[in-house]
Design a protein around this ligand. Sequence first.
Ligand code: GLN
Length: 197
Amino acid sequence: MAGDGPTLTNLVGVLALQGAFGLHVDALDALGVESKLIRVESDLAGVDRLIIPGGESTTMSMMLDRNDLREPLAARIGDGLPVFGTCAGMILLAVDVSDGRADQVGFSAVDIGVRRNGYGRQNQSFTTELPVPVLDAAIPAVFIRAPRVERVGDGVDVLAKLDGDPVLCRSGSVLVSSFHPELSQDRRLHRYFCDLN
Ligand code: GLN
């Protein structure tokens, strides 16, 4: 798995304002994919893909403004930059957010509605083997205060479901997961993202 095959990716930016960005870097390293931490606009130079990690979407929203990163990132995403949002990253990319904070603003890049913490609190975290047909495999999926997808718009493909609810969705070059793929050693979803075009 790790390091197998060619990749179309040159340089993956990993938003590093807050949260679990380091483990995404580790996953990309394991695949032999180059990555770069993104904290300010100039970091975006040369990046041709972006991961928005899990963590706390309200804090990341605030930091996007504090670091003057919201507009340049929105522009790149609007231009079709492939983006993978995991957990809090999914929340930041969703069109509708329930149980969010009033001052929390995202990128509205994928037409889904999510409920923050829709899978319960920290102590209700769980891991499951999730069948993902596009990977032709089941992968370990870790849910921690995860967003629950409550609405899926036209043009959004549901790539995996858990108990009937979408947990992995794709809309064009935007991929979002309710769970944390970087918390397992299985790199197949990162590989899928790196080969997305
Ligand atoms: N519930 C968190 C939020 O609202 C997301 C949790 C996570 O990324 N593990 O941002």
